[in-house]
Write a protein that binds this ligand. Sequence first.
Ligand code: COA
Length: 463
Amino acid sequence: MTHRLESFFKPKTIAVVGASKNTTKIGHAALKNILISDYECKVYPINPHEKEILGVKCYKKVSDVPSDIDLVLISVPANIVPQIMRNCAQKKVKNVIIISSGFSEIGNYELEEELAKIIEKSNMRVLGPNVMGYKNASNGLDASFAYGNARKGNLSLISQSGALGIGMIYLANNEFVGISKIIGVGNKIDIDDDDLIDYFAQDPDTKVIGLYIEAVKDGKAFMNSIKKCHKPVLVVKAGISKAGARATASHTGSMAGSDKIYEAAIKQAGGIRCRDIIELFDMARALAGQPPAQGNRIGIISNGGGLGILLTDACEANGLTVPKLSKKTYNKIDKILPDLVRPNNPVDVVGDAGFYRYEASTRALLEDPNIDGIIVSSVHGGYARPQEFTGAILKMVRERKLHEEYKKPILAAWVGGKEFEDLVWDLKSAGVPIYPSSWRIARSMMALYLEGQRIKRETKRKN
Ligand code: COA
């Protein structure tokens, strides 16, 4: 059965209320973004004072449009939004995005309540108010007023903050994290996080779901949608501190709630809590490109003893273990190390480690049934050429057969400067999950382990 939000994300007809010729207005940007989208649909600007805008015929009211309307974007001052919404309901519009601010987020609860009543009596699904809209990188449609294009990929993002959502697009591009859809939910008068998680769960273009939330309106529905979802759901919850909670109240008019309750609820539902946006992207990159870890036993390879220890500590602090090597693996690695060093976990491949030592030790850990995930790391220690490391990583990560055979994730970490960073850039653009910090990589490996556990629980439930 087609999901109810299909016409929301793939509309055939779109109207923009408050479309303007004035290039500084949000209604102008929203109309232009749709028109320049690489997406086929019929567009209707709505403005009582204009005959055409950006070369497209303009209508005075939504109800004057000669065809059915799948999606309406509203960008007029808050006080006239109810009359526009009544007109949309009368026209039997399927979906609405209310960009306009000036509702519960500034204490104007009555006006928001008026909208809620109109929505309740209609069949419309409504996003907002107080939102940027959405960008659908999978089909090319930009139904937002924000500039900037997302790099196409398979992370779908839901943000309660519009501005942060827009910032996330640029950050994701920088981090080479591909986006399928990004959507702002603002005051969540109707379309809520749970509706979107449900939609993304069945969306073939979405592999990982990420959320920035300040508060959820219906905790039970939120938890159920995560529980039902057979894809990883990453959650950044803001308003943890007292001052942060005060800030969320004035941002989206929402109550941040007890952090302990959120923590427990997200965990119980099978979601993964992220501390901030960069961590969400770190985890998303790992989850989108690597198989989940079947267990929490991690093998670590490093060319610098210090880095190996930091990685070990970070893994252990995040629910992972770094077990001793089996006799078989010890013997395999012993053959490739210089005479003066003995294998251990973390495996110290020593400062002069080149391509072969990295590749062969990674392979030995892949073959070890007591290891569930591998971290390969390099520190630009003077006489180790970073390219030997990055070359080995590229080879191992690209060798699809390896993943299919062993079903183990490989993540990479580095410590160094500009020369190394240039190489890392190439790895990132090739989709390799590589991290500049022992903590960030350990948290990402933890996400792969939690995803492995979630899949196991799901399989058990089904059988
Ligand atoms: N139907 C259609 N268009 C109408 C209209 C109606 N009934 N009544 C007025 N308009 C037109 C206006 O004439 C104007 O067009 P014009 O430039 O050709 O004159 C256009 O709609 C916009 O109205 P205007 O009064 O100029 O408002 P604005 O563009 O300055 O501001 C908002 C409107 C929605 C952008 C503003 O109220 C707002 O909420 N800004 C914040 C938005 C935001 O940040 N959202 C959250 C993001 S995360």
